[in-house]
Structures are given as C-alpha cells and as structure tokens.
Design a protein around this ligand. Sequence first.
Ligand SMILES: [Zn+2]
Ligand SMILES: [Zn+2]
Ligand SMILES: [Zn+2]
Length: 339
Amino acid sequence: MHELRRDILLGRWIAVLSESKEPSEYYLPPDKGIAERSCVLCSGRERETPSEITSIRRPGTLPNTPGWWVRAIPSFKPVFQVEGDLGRRGVGIYDRMNSIGANEILIESPEHNVKPEDMGLEQMIRVITLYRDRIADLNKDLRLRYILIFKNSKLDPDETFFHPTSSLVATPVIPKRIKDELENAKQYYDYKERCIFCDIIREELRVGDRVILETRNFLCFCPYSSAFPFESWIIPKRHSCDFHEISNEEIEDMGFTLMSVLKNLRGLFKVEPPFNYFIHTAPNRVPRRNHWHTLGEDFHWHIEIIPRLIRRSGFEWGSGFFILTTSPEKAAKYLREVG
Ligand SMILES: [Zn+2]
Ligand SMILES: [Zn+2]
Ligand SMILES: [Zn+2]
C-alpha cells in the first residue's frame, strides 16, 4: 500500500509510493561541454557587466578588474529595481504595486567550468560569506520585505549563465511559499511553545533513517514529507531565524555540508542532476509593525536542495498533492552510502 504523509510545516499531504525508484530509474541527460568563449562573467571581462556591488578579492586589486574570488553584480535584465517608491494602490477589486526590489547575480568563481561541489572549501566559504553579506546589507532597506538567495543549476542555456552563479532576489512583499512556512511555524510555536524546526531536528536525530549527514553545527536529512525525490535539507542545530547571523565556524561547516550533499547526488546519478537550492531565512522586520515580532523564537533558517529529476503530472498541478517516487528513507540511505 502507498502511504499518505502530512507535511508538518506546510500542512499539505503527499503520497509516498511503496515501491521506491532507484537512482538509475530516473532519466538524466549526459553532461554537455560548455562554451566559455561568450561568457562575460569570466574573469577579465568585468567591464562588460553592470558595475559590481561588492566582491571578495585579492588585496590591492580594484573593483571591476580581475583579482576577485566572488563578485555580486546587478542582473542584466532585472525584474525588480532598486529605485523608486512602492506605489501601492487598488485597481478595482485588485491590488498592485511597483516592482521595487533587487535582482543580483552572485558569481561564485572566476573560473567558468567549476561546479560548486568541486570548487574547494576555501572558495565555498567565500561564496557563503558573500550570501551573508548581501542579505545583511539589503536587510537595512525598509522597503524590502524578503531576500531570497537561490541557485539554479543547468537550466535553459538561453536564459541562465553556465558560469557558476547564484541569484539574489529581494521583493517588496513576502512570497507566499515563505509566508506559509512562517505562519505555520508561528502557529506551532503558539501551541507548543517550541520551535517546529528544532523539534524536527530532534525527531530526525531520534529516528535516524532520514539523516544523510550530521556535522558539529548542521543536520542534513531528507524531509519526512519531501515534495521531490532526493530532496534534502541542511539546517543549523543552533536555533537562529536569520541566516545573516551565521558564525564563521558555521559558514565553514555549511560549506562542507553543502558540498558533501552535492557530491553525493552526483555520485548517485553518475552526472550532476539539475538542481535548485535556496536559503529560507526570516523576512526583514519593519520596526513599526509588530506582526512578525515572534520570528526570533518560532522561525529557524535552513537550506532546501531540490534535485530536478521528475516532471509533475496533471493531478499534482491540479491538486497540489505531490507524489513521491522515492521515499525519503530510501533516498537518505542512498545519499549516505554513496561515495
Ligand atoms: Zn564564464
Ligand atoms: Zn529552532
Ligand atoms: Zn523552507
């Protein structure tokens, strides 16, 4: 019999199939060689990109010249823009506002063909430090409500740079998916007076069969009600709602953990599967409104890693009821044991 599981955080149900697919049963196209010649994100072509916002670079080198290790630049085609006011108003029964926000490209390496799991811990630490610094900076802008950092790997070659990058999008509203997490976490806390994420960490450590990796500061596991096969989360053991308050020791540990999971995914599927990961952190708090004043207690930042292995069916799109073709227990076992 298949099994239905309720997602404790989002409230939705998923169906876990009783016969789990093995990694080899998912189709993944082979890795193609990637052309470097036309890439303006490579070192040496800094003048052809929008002027850099910040970078971590060799001492003595100047902005917008080579010598950087990681670099943040504005997007070439931003959806959200920094200048202007929110212009909130009603249009008939509808609501509208200006697309105020920020779109940034976070260039993870001066090298064109390096994958995150191969870039080396020192470089990964710089990448995560850049994530932290950009969120900390945009956190001060009171017009912005949410800052999302995410990575798309291997998407449409026309739309996405093949150069290793992450993206940052800051929005003037809290996105729905985030709001659902915040609201359910708050409700759980109101009821139990415990952080739902800290409870999940305790439960996963107690049960153990969905754990992929545990380090000094982080737990990496496949969630009980994953929406995607081989979905993995990385969560700090220390309760903290704001990613940008991560310590230097935690940055190093997070780098190690993230690289380990991505390496294991590649080991399992023989090629690096396309994936997304994103950091869920607390929204910017607007001091004069107190709606989210309990976030310090009830929210807990984390990273969700989603390998893109499947296409959704009409049932899934129509119902929001996801079907999981490999159970989280099996997925975690594969990810633990590969390598
Ligand atoms: Zn490049
Ligand atoms: Zn917590
Ligand atoms: Zn989340």
